[in-house]
Design a protein around this ligand. Structure first.
Ligand code: FAD
Length: 404
């Protein structure tokens, strides 16, 4: 019973935490909150497995109350297993059998992320079944305080879930945006611009939103994209690389299409204190820095800042004029493009390695310098390792992950 109570609590808390609560986002960052939500769900599942095994070992009879619990348990187990195996990019990603299974799931069973995300909603049904199971249990019913506590907890989780799934989308729909331009920047990268009447949306550079582009091609899927325009600009821009089915459709979006945006979220924004900055971007990981640098053009830049941007070919340096112009106009800002695939004049660097980082992080500044990293996981890990070796404190290194 104790294991069951722990499982119930962790499960409901996982549901509460996933409902995009601003307080948690501002404190810990949206992505870390979602990761924590995942850990809570896994712990809840472990407690549930213990509870189920012990209960079935000692009490073999079946009743409606137990039936609700058993169905809820298996539904929850299915969601947790599929999420850990196919949606998470952290827990098991280095294990070879897991990588093979994932390839099979995606390639043969066509388990794409949006399908899994849809199935993820089955947790709400599991939560309902488990709540009925808990409220029907004789140990709960014997004390009104227990009924109030267990029922109230589920009520809070249910209301937060409803707010997240129904109220918030409704508000985003009412305050919808309209696409004003669709600009292909390369074969694979497209920029979408959008506006809406009324007050501009308050946001910080580097934040992202969940976008639903209401066109026939895009369906009603919701995807996270960084807002690449400056907060001082009333227009919202997203700059998207074609990385799969959804992102590939964006270049076909028509001007005038309605867009729902939930956000902004995230804490990938340098603080206002004038500490030196080092930005390191890989590929499309440049988008948060586009909005930061575009924002500085409205203010004075009072601290040294270097942006290192690594891409495969020079063609991928989209909107580089923003960085070139800022570097020309602001003595404190320098821009270092790194092109990895070809040797070309104007691009002396071919890798973000220790030598490059050493030459762009003066020893006197390393202890106070804040580093912001956004790009492929392997690039982030290597850069963070070199920087720590050079004496940058790990607490000063901030990372943004684009993949879950
Ligand atoms: C905080 C954040 C900011 C981002 N900013 C940008 C940006 O500025 N520009 C850009 O090009 N990309 C950005 N991305 C990545 C972008 O969200 C994914 O590339 C896109 O959702 C992929 O969808 P797909 O169907 O095209 O590809 P798929 O092949 O279906 O997915 C590829 C991977 O993208 C992730 N993903 C897919 N669908 C979703 C979803 N609905 N919600 C969350 N993650 C999903 C999963 O990790 C999946 O494994 C950002 C991601 C995050 C988390």
């Amino acid at each position: 019973m104790v294991l069951g109570i722990f499982s119930y609590g962790y499960f409901l808390n996982a549901l509460i935490i996933s409902s995009r609560i601003r307080f948690f986002d501002r404190r810990y960052g949206h992505v870390d909150v979602l990761v924590f939500h995942g850990y809570l769900a896994v712990v809840a599942m472990l407690f549930a497995v213990g509870h189920r095994l012990l209960k079935s070992a000692y009490y073999r009879e079946m009743s409606t109350q137990i039936g609700f619990g058993v169905v809820g348990f298996y539904l929850f187990l299915a969601v947790v297993a599929l999420s850990v195996l196919f949606m998470d990019n952290r827990l098991l990603r280095r294990l070879k059998p897991f990588v093979a299974l994932r390839r099979f799931g995606v390639g043969v069973l066509r388990l794409d992320y949006s399908l899994l995300k849809l199935f993820h909603n089955a947790t709400s049904v599991a939560a309902l079944l488990v709540t009925v199971h808990v409220l029907m249990a004789s140990s709960t019913r014997e004390d009104p305080l227990r009924i109030a506590l267990m029922g109230g907890w589920a009520g809070v989780a249910g209301l937060m879930y409803l707010h997240h799934k129904a109220v918030r989308p409704f508000l985003a729909w009412r305050k919808g945006w309209r696409v004003t331009a669709v600009i292909p920047l390369t074969e694979a990268i497209v920029e979408l611009r959008m506006r809406r009447p009324g007050k501009p949306v308050g946001r910080r550079p580097g934040q992202f939103g969940y976008f639903r582009i209401l066109s026939r091609d895009c369906g009603s899927e919701e995807h996270p994209f960084t807002i690449s325009s400056a907060p001082e600009n009333d227009e919202l821009r997203i700059t998207v690389k074609n990385l799969g089915d959804y992102s590939a459709t964006l270049k076909h979006v028509c001007v005038g299409t309605k867009v729902m945006m939930d956000g902004p979220y995230g804490i990938f924004t340098p603080p206002v204190q004038p500490r030196p900055l080092l930005f390191i971007a890989g590929g499309i990981g440049i988008t948060p820095f586009m909005s930061m640098v575009a924002s500085w053009r409205h203010h004075t830049l009072e601290r040294p800042c270097t942006l290192i941007w690594s891409v495969r070919t020079a063609e991928e340096l989209v909107r580089r004029e923003l960085f070139d112009t800022t570097a020309k106009e602001r003595a404190m800002f320098s821009f270092v493009p790194v092109v990895t695939r070809s040797v070309q004049p104007g691009f002396p660097y071919r890798r973000i390695d220790k030598r490059l980082l050493e030459s762009h992080s003066p020893p006197a500044l390393r202890k106070q310098m804040l580093v912001y990293l956004c790009g492929p996981e392997s690039m982030q890990a290597a850069a963070a390792k070199y920087l720590k070796e050079l004496g940058v404190p790990s607490g000063n290194i901030h990372r943004e992950a684009f993949l879950r």
